[in-house]
Design a protein around this ligand. Sequence first.
Ligand code: ATP
Ligand code: LTN
Length: 332
Amino acid sequence: MDTPSGKTVLSGIQPSGSLHLGNYLGALKQWVELQESNTVYYCIVDLHAITVPYEPTEYQSRVLDATAGLLAVGIDPERSTLFAQSQVPAHTELNWLLSTTTPLGELERMTQFKDKQAKQREKSSLGLFAYPVLQAADILLYQAHAVPVGEDQVQHIELARDIAKRFNNRYAKIFTLPEAYVPKGAARIKSLTDPTKKMSKSDESEKSYIALMDEPEVIRKKIMSAVTETEPVFSFTDSGPAVQNLLQIFAAVSGETHEAIEKQFAGSAYKTFKEALADVVIAQLTPIRERYQELRADENKLKEVLATGREQAAAIANPTLAAAKEAMGFLV
Ligand code: ATP
Ligand code: LTN
C-alpha cells in the first residue's frame, strides 16, 4: 500500500529481547514517520511475548526496556498512543470472542507458529497457536486501516483482515478491514551469520543481529565478521544472499540509491565495504543508544507514559468491544 496519511495506524512489538536493526528498518522507522500525519497506536505486546519461555521476575524490566527503546527511536507520546497490551483488558476479551469464529485450519497455516513450535523442546501451548487471534484483536479494536510491519507479519495481518470480514458478514459491520504496510527493501533483514534466516532477537547467537543499543565497537566487530560470499561482487541483484543483505542494510541506513552504492563499491575489497557499512550504522544508532540510556534511567517517567497511553487506548478500545459484544447478542 502507499504511505498512509490521514489514517488510523496500529502496530505492536514484543518485549522479548533487545530491539535490533531488523526491527528498526523493517518496522520502527515507519512507525516514527507515520506519526506525522496519522492517528497512531503503538502497543508493547507483553501478552504475546509470554507464548514462549520467559522470566517473570525480569518481565517488568523488559517492558520498560521496550518503552525506552521506542521513545529513543523517536516515538513521541504527544503524537502517538504508546501503551502495554496487558494494561488494556479489552484485548483479551475481544480475543476470546474472535477465537470462536476463527477456523483451526487458518491458524495451522501460520508460518510463525510452525517456526516457533519447531524451536521449542516442550510441546507448545494453546497460546502460541492462538497468537494471531490476539493480534487480530489488537488491530481491530482501534479500527486500524494500516499496520506497519516487516514481511514476516504479513500473513498475520491478512488473517486479521479475514477475521474482520467474517465477523462483519456474520454479525454486523463493526470492524475496519486492515492492510499491512511493508517497507520496500528492508522488509526482511537477514541474520549476519546465516542469510537464510531473518535477523531475530531470539536468535541464540548475538553475532547474528545488531542490537540498537550495541556499543560502536561491538557493531563494528559484528559487521566485520558477517558472512559473505567468496567473490566480492557488490550488486543488489547479482551478489549472493549474504552480500545482498549487507547492501540492503547499507541502502536503508544511508538512504542512498542502489546505483550509487553499486558504483561506490565496484572493485572494492569486502573490508572497505564493511568499514563503510559499520560507519553508517554506527552514525545512525549512536544517538538512539544515547537517548535510550537517558530515558531508561527514569522508570517513573516511563510508567507515566504507559499510564497515559493506557487511558487513551482504552477510550477507543472499550466502545469497539461493546459494539462487537452487542452485535454478537450479549447484554452490554
Ligand atoms: P522474535 O525474534 O522474538 O520473534 P522479532 O525480532 O521478530 O522477535 P518482533 O517483536 O516479533 O521481533 O517484531 C517487531 C517488528 O519487527 C515486526 O513488525 C516484525 O515484522 C519486524 N521485524 C522483525 N524482524 C525483522 C527483520 N529481520 N527484518 C525486518 N523486519 C523485522
Ligand atoms: N505478532 C507480531 C507482534 C504484534 C503485532 C500486533 C504487530 C502483536 N500484535 C498488532 C502488528 C499489529 C510479531 O510477532 N512481530
